[in-house]
Design a protein around this ligand. Structure first.
Ligand code: FES
Length: 161
């Protein structure tokens, strides 16, 4: 047997890696790097935003010029506030049919969506609204009234002005 000079294998040369082992290592390396990138990517995801629900309570000062039976609708609120000789009260302007905002009128309330009408105390005068408008909790001190849109009270509940 002739040995070509320079091609003889030394005992110190590393064994060549068998192809099967090389593919196994490559797949392990791929899986490992995919896991690392997945973890890094998940750390960069936007965090869930926790949005506080808007407060359902707010303070209102009734204008001095507000006449008895006249509605005061605070800006950006679905509430009509009234003052009469017995006190102050608030009626929700959310229609009990499908939730449109009703408009206070001289005769009570009118829903622009499907035509329901409500009496001045919120009672249903004409459907399709199934229930009267809700009266809301009012508390007051020194002419400033706190109205809670999240708490209803029995119809006719008023707070001294
Ligand atoms: S939402 Fe008011 S009548 Fe339908």
């Amino acid at each position: 047997m002739t040995v070509v000079p320079g091609t003889q294998k030394s005992r110190l040369d590393p064994e060549p890696l068998p192809r099967r082992d090389w593919l196994g290592l490559a797949s392990l390396w791929s899986a490992g790097s995919a896991m690392i990138f997945a973890v890094l990517g998940s750390l960069r995801l936007p965090k869930a935003a926790i949005v506080a629900a808007p407060s359902k309570g707010f303070d209102v000062t009734l204008p001095e010029s507000l006449r008895i039976g006249e509605a005061f609708v605070p800006p950006n609120r679905a509430v009509a506030v009234y003052r009469d000789t017995e006190g102050v009260y608030a009626i929700s302007t959310i229609c009990t049919h499908l939730g449109c905002v009703v408009k206070p009128t001289a005769e009570g309330f009118e829903c622009p969506c499907h035509g329901s009408r409500f009496q001045p105390d919120g009672g249903v005068a004409r459907g399709p609204a199934p229930r009267p408008l809700a009266w809301l909790k009012v508390s007051g001190k020194d002419g400033i009234f706190h109205i809670d849109e999240g708490k209803t009270v029995p119809t006719g509940t008023k707070v001294k002005a």
